[in-house]
Design a protein around this ligand. Structure first.
Ligand code: GYE
Length: 349
């Protein structure tokens, strides 16, 4: 490398020339190749914008699923300039360290509010204390944090993941009864989301509590596929190789379900309404609801990503000095072939 530089220096420029060249070219290569993008904060407001608008730093945990895309959009559509906001968005790509860096950056930019969807529940005490010390209210959305001091955040808006898991269990009880299989030995595979995230913890526990009441329900394996379609496919492939009789698949989000469906198709294993494997999914994004309608997914437990308007309302209340609740739980449904039709038409995500 040294030799090459010396040669370049000799041929083209003097010492100063080569420094200028490096200073201009290297950052360009980094930026054009996205090498700085890991924790990049996409926008920085000017002083003027910060004065007129409410500046919100939004740390989104990633872009792992269709649900997440809808969730991000809901926040972006609610916190617009027209509505009086300057939104600084950061995608942490499912890495907690990236979220911590983004939040620290929001603090140093002295944003008015921090909105944040935590990838997992633990490990936030220090950075949230820093936000509190800086006097910046923190609104947690989607997943929850597990902190010792609840005053480290202002409020939480999200879904009841435990209830969702329980709904899945209750649906299975009803389904087996209807098929008069309630006494049969039932083999179950659970595909879990990101370990340590609220959605994974709640859905796992809620379902397991119902399952514990049935001695003939056997959870063969309960393994993570990280909420992605690619991993859902890989893990399901392994499960199909390992277990000749799987009666039920409980997949904790629609993306993993899509992946698992591919694996079952490839292995020639039938599923859904008239198949061997009953499929229980979570989220209820449009693509999956179409599969519910087609009888390929038996039931989809809704998880509502439309949280942007709640954030807007809460910020407006805080701006007026009004008190807000410590938590807001959004409404959710359960979709089967019987009721999905009436909801599909209006489903935008
Ligand atoms: O179910 C899944 C996403 O935290 C509720 O995260 C959310 C979950 C959602 O990746 O698709």
């Amino acid at each position: 490398m040294k030799k090459i530089l010396e040669k370049l220096e000799e041929v083209f420029f003097g010492h100063v020339g080569i420094c200028i060249l490096l200073l201009c070219v290297v950052p360009f290569i980094f930026v054009s190749h996205g090498l700085f993008r890991g924790i990049e904060i996409e926008q920085t407001p000017s002083e003027a914008e910060m004065e007129d608008l409410i500046v919100v730093g939004f740390s989104q945990l990633g872009s792992e699923s269709g649900w997440r895309t809808a969730h991000t959009l809901s926040v972006q559509e609610a916190l617009t300039k027209d509505a009086g906001y300057f939104l600084i968005f950061n995608n942490a790509r499912q890495i907690q360290e990236n979220q911590i860096k983004a939040i620290r950056s929001f603090i140093s930019q002295r944003v008015d509010y921090i909105v944040f969807a935590p990838v997992i529940e633990s490990g936030w005490d220090t950075v949230l204390q820093e936000a509190k010390d800086a006097g910046i209210p923190v609104i947690i959305i989607d997943r929850m944090v597990n902190v010792e001091d609840e005053s480290l955040y202002t409020t939480w808006i999200g879904t009841d993941a435990w209830k969702e898991g329980e709904k899945a269990g209750k649906w299975l009880e009803g389904y087996l009864q209807e098929k008069q299989r309630q006494e049969e030995e039932i083999n179950i595979i659970v595909l879990r989301g990101t370990i340590g995230s609220t959605a994974e913890i709640g859905r796992t526990k809620g379902f397991e509590e119902v399952a514990a009441g049935h001695r003939n329900w056997h959870i063969l394996e309960s393994v993570t596929a990280d909420f992605t379609a690619a991993k859902g496919r890989d893990v399901m492939e392994q499960m199909l190789r390992r277990y000749p009789k799987i009666d039920v698949l409980v997949s904790q989000n629609d993306d993993m379900t899509m992946g698992a469906i591919k694996a079952m198709q490839e292995a020639g294993v039938s599923f859904g309404e008239n198949g061997k494997v009953a499929v229980i999914s979570f989220d209820a994004i449009r693509d999956a609801l179409e599969l519910v309608e087609a009888g390929r997914i038996n039931v989809d437990i809704e998880c509502n990503p439309v949280q942007g308007d709640y954030i807007h309302k809460i910020i407006q209340m805080l701006e007026k000095g009004e008190a807000v609740e410590k938590s807001y739980v959004v409404e959710e449904n359960v979709f089967t072939k019987e009721n999905v039709g009436e909801f599909l038409e209006d489903r935008t995500y």
